[in-house]
Design a protein around this ligand. Structure first.
Ligand code: ADP
Length: 491
């Protein structure tokens, strides 16, 4: 197994020590998933302390809402520049606390900063409109106002991108935020918010709450009348709890929840492109992504060649510390994740799936490693066909015809991402239309983009992040009906 490059590791640890983290009477630790070592400690804030932060954000938010769109955009542009300037340091930090290979952390910084740049630009787009009523008499003025204080709860798998995808549109719209990063990866949020402050965003406007009491936090904040919005990315299970809490004050919810993405490879697909795309859709972040290809459906005619090509690629991946040279598969987030992925693989094999490769099972010491695994002929009743795998396991099923595969692909309560590989444009678009998912990758495995509305159908969520739609999530729509009396006209 590949170890961390000592120079990279030293550079990453320097980033942590330069963070100027807050201190508290009660603290919790943040650990490196590659070796289990303690990286830093943070205050374990109580629900009452989080409510105090709500008060501060609320005050700062009143002033921020009065700033011009240009001023808000300028602050976001400056933040974008600082993130770009510190990209390498942030990437090192992401790998250190989250584990993913450094190359992927760099890609995350680029993707994450794109949201800041996009919303810096979007902040200036005229939001309101005038409309004529059908009866001609009044003039309707439609306005967009900031929704108010937003509570943001982010997961550990993309610690920077999930934060900027929420904070940037909130600030662009004129809202204050209280963000609770995952207790597993909070350091990246502290660094990013530190840069926002350096960029001129008022210090109180973004409150970061470090806590291990996620339930206490959400119970206190989502029932507080100063809060107007909740944006959450995480599991469907927790999303449902938050939706129930959000009903108390009728908060506007944005929910990016679990997925169970189908990926369909047709006989007429370009083989290399299908293998590359599937590999990317499966292996990005070691499979720990809510849009990861969870069920891979391959048509009979291309199946042998595809399975062979994908298995070879999976077998070749270099596993090790995300700061090690050439590493393509880093540790999973925790030992618990390793055992849950292992359990899903065992279940599939017991039910008849064939295990084509399972890499080298290594003893990573305190690191939480799981090798790249390919399963073929996975039966539909295997647990991993209906559960998010969240690990580097390609689970392949075979199919014969288009209508059948679409029906199998849609046989899930989730509907976040889907993928289709075919060189036939009609088929690509017809299948994309038939898939019950919020986004579809056509001949490609990494569909997300800051300019596009990301989000799920069915139990995968509510609302969209990215694009103009992502800004509207933080805006209230209001209208004024202006009465007009006839006057003597010149014409
Ligand atoms: P994952 O399985 O990806 O960790 P979770 O939904 O458990 O997904 O966690 C995503 C985020 O939700 C994390 O920030 C976590 O701390 C937070 N979280 C977990 N439980 C709750 C809860 N009851 N209320 C609010 N946030 C929660």
């Amino acid at each position: 197994m590949v170890q961390a490059d000592p120079q990279m590791l030293a550079a990453a640890e320097t980033v942590v020590s330069s963070l100027n983290l807050p201190r508290g009477s009660s603290e919790f630790g943040i650990y490196n998933p590659a070796d289990g070592r303690l990286l830093a400690t943070l205050p374990d804030l109580t629900p009452q302390e989080a409510l105090d932060a709500v008060g501060q954000a609320d005050e700062a938010g009143r002033r921020w809402a009065c700033r011009t769109a240009r001023e808000r955009a300028d602050a976001l542009h400056a933040w974008y520049e600082l993130i770009t300037h510190s990209a390498e340091q942030i990437a090192l930090l992401i790998t250190l606390e989250m584990g993913k290979p450094l190359k992927e952390s760099r890609a995350e910084v680029s993707y994450a900063s794109d949201f800041v740049r996009w919303y810096a630009e979007e902040a200036l787009r005229p939001a309101g409109s005038f409309r004529d009523a059908p009866d001609g008499a009044p003039t309707l003025m439609v306005r967009r106002a900031p929704i108010g204080l937003a509570v943001l709860i982010t997961p550990w798998n993309f610690p920077l991108a999930m934060a900027t995808r929420k904070i940037a549109p909130a600030l662009a719209a004129g809202c204050p935020v209280v963000i609770k990063p995952s207790e597993l990866t909070p350091l990246t949020t502290f660094m990013a918010v530190g840069l926002a402050r350096q960029a001129g965003v008022p210090a109180e406007l973004i409150q970061v709450i470090s806590t291990t009491d996620a339930a206490g936090f959400s119970e206190a904040l989502l029932t507080d009348s100063r809060v107007r919005k909740i944006s959450f990315t995480g599991s469907t299970r927790v999303g449902k709890i938050l939706l129930r809490l959000a009903s108390e004050q009728v908060l506007r919810p944005s929910m990016e929840l679990g997925g169970n993405a189908p990926l369909i490879v047709f006989d007429d697909a370009d083989l290399d492109r299908a293998i590359e795309g599937t590999y990317a859709a499966k292996m990005r972040n070691g499979g720990q992504s809510c849009i990861a290809a969870n069920r891979i459906y391959v048509q009979d005619g291309i199946a042998e060649a595809f399975v062979e090509g994908l298995t070879e690629k999976m077998r070749d991946v270099v596993m090790g510390d995300g700061l090690g040279p050439g590493v393509g598969l880093a540790p999973l987030i925790s030992h618990q994740a390793v055992s849950s992925v292992g359990r899903l693989v065992e279940d599939a094999v017991q039910r008849g799936a064939s295990l084509l490769t399972r890499g080298e099972v290594i003893d990573g010491g305190e690191g939480s490693y799981f090798p790249a695994t390919v399963l073929d002929h996975v039966p539909a009743e295997a647990e991993l066909a209906s559960t998010e795998i969240f690990g580097p396991v390609a689970a392949i099923q075979r199919f014969t015809d288009e209508a059948e595969v679409v029906q199998r692909a849609n046989a899930t309560e989730f509907g976040l991402a889907g993928y289709v590989f075919t060189e036939n444009l009609d088929r690509a678009l017809n299948v994309a239309d038939s898939l019950q998912t919020g986004l579809v990758g056509i001949n490609q495995g990494v569909p997300s983009n800051a300019a596009a509305p990301f989000g799920g159908l069915k139990q995968s969520g509510l609302g969209r992040e990215g694009g103009g739609e992502g800004l509207e999530e933080y805006q209230e729509t209001r209208f004024y009906n202006v009465a007009r009396r006839e006057t003597e006209r010149g014409n």
